[in-house]
Write a protein of this length. Structure first.
Length: 105
């Protein structure tokens, strides 16, 4: 096993694994967003309300995807800063962003 002062050989690949998961999630949400007729809806879909319901569901999915990308980007950025020693926490505003995203789900 390779050892150094900075850690073992797998330390370098850990952020990449998180980015792969994030990219898979974004790609998955993009694909799912193309089929709004497969979503679950709280009301019965009729010809009169189908366009409005599908548009709202698609918009919600785009917002959720955007907020997820922003939160994962902030986590990646702060992780790099923490590793460099220039910061030691995520910040007070991160909790607010996280709460907004969990309320949208």
């Amino acid at each position: 096993m390779w050892k150094s002062e900075a850690g073992n050989r797998f330390t370098f690949f850990m952020p990449d694994a998180d980015l792969y998961k994030a990219n898979a999630g974004v790609i998955g949400m993009t694909i799912v967003n193309r089929f709004p007729h497969l979503f679950n809806y709280p009301v019965k879909i009729t010809k009169e309300n189908a366009f409005r319901q599908y548009a709202n569901a698609s918009r919600m999915m785009r917002y959720l995807k955007f907020i997820s990308v922003v939160i994962l980007g902030v986590i990646s950025f702060k992780t790099i800063r923490n590793a460099a020693g220039t910061s030691d926490e995520l910040g007070e505003w991160f909790f607010i962003l996280f709460e907004i995203q969990t309320e949208l789900r």
